[in-house]
Design a binder for this molecule. Structure first.
Ligand code: ZN
Length: 169
């Protein structure tokens, strides 16, 4: 039979105190003595036995107050991050690397592309000039040629179809 530490009235009380202390150790409290075991219950019993854990009986009102304090403390703990939030990762801005050789090739390609001379493109005019005539070659509607001598209509599918016809008017 254990010798009860000073102030402890019964084995039952002793076990209760040790159990509460074991809860604290499990929750991460620092042990108050070095034991041969890592078992929190064994450590708690040894601590209480050596009067290393201060304790006192509380009234129902005190118990309720302490309970609320504990709940508040746990909530604070849960909302406090263990580690500071990591800094946001900003992706590095990578300048596109264009090799000089590629650059030169690109210039060559551009030079090979023929310049588009808008004056030379004799395309169909706006839809407003659509006529009721139909192309004799492809059946597409004919459009009025905007400028040039004479009164001409041309295929609206130009340059696919280059049919042009003079009209009487
Ligand atoms: Zn046509």
């Amino acid at each position: 039979m254990r010798v009860l530490p000073q102030g402890v009235q019964s084995t039952f009380q002793f076990i209760l105190i040790a159990a509460k202390r074991a809860e604290q150790l499990i929750a991460g409290a620092r042990p108050r003595l070095v034991t041969h075991t890592a078992k929190p219950t064994t450590t708690a019993l040894a601590e209480v036995e050596q009067n290393l854990v201060p304790w006192h009986l509380v009234t129902a009102t005190e118990f309720e107050q302490l309970r609320l304090l504990e709940i508040a403390a746990r909530e604070r703990e849960e909302h406090t991050p263990l580690f500071p939030a990591p800094a946001p990762i900003i992706p590095p801005v990578v300048e596109p690397e264009i090799a000089l050789d590629e650059d030169e090739e690109l210039d060559d390609d551009l030079e090979e592309t023929p310049d588009l001379d808008l004056d030379e493109v004799d395309g169909p005019p706006a839809e407003a000039l659509l006529t009721e005539e139909v192309c004799e070659k492809c059946g597409a509607p004919m459009v009025k040629k905007p400028d040039g001598p004479g009164n001409f209509i041309m295929c609206s599918t130009f340059p696919e179809c280059k049919y042009v016809r003079e009209i009487a008017e």
